[in-house]
Ligand binder design. Sequence first.
Ligand code: ZN
Length: 198
Amino acid sequence: MELYSGHITKLIDELAALPGIGNKTAQRLAFHLINMPADRVNRLAAAITEAKANVQYCKECYTLTDRDVCPVCANHNRNHKLIMVVENTRDLAAYEKTGKYEGVYHVLHGAISPMIGIGPGDIKLKELVERLQGEVEEVIIATNSSLEGETTAMYISKLIKPTGIRVTRIASGVPVGGDLEYIDEVTLLRALEGRIEI
Ligand code: ZN
């Protein structure tokens, strides 16, 4: 027996496929959406479609942006010889919020995780190596302190070491497994200032 109409079931299935949303939450959201005024539903649908159509990778750092080159990379006052490697755009935003970092970034879009089959070829590592052909003085590895983040940091370090470019890792003190975006600005700055060569 079908519990809900086909359209509702389809909506629930789509929502349940999103990260962090279980079946119960998906049902709750589906009924909430259906009870919303049509113009709000249209605005939400349009926001999703427009974001998907217009957001792209920055040609230099691979963060998500509305332009070819993101505002950080386009800023000539930033130190383009200093590259901070982060796992995702949210981590970049966390460091940007401190307003104290003057270098540029490189966004990997993930971390190496053999457990779930994510290898070096699945994140933006080749792109990082390509960037190092230019004038780079230091690469700061700011991946999370989770197992995946540490594995990725070691991999990058081994990759860059032979080039002679300085490789540093942000200081620990960032909670294990904690997403960088949830950490306060003071902790982030301390981690950045206390970075050590690896
Ligand atoms: Zn950029």
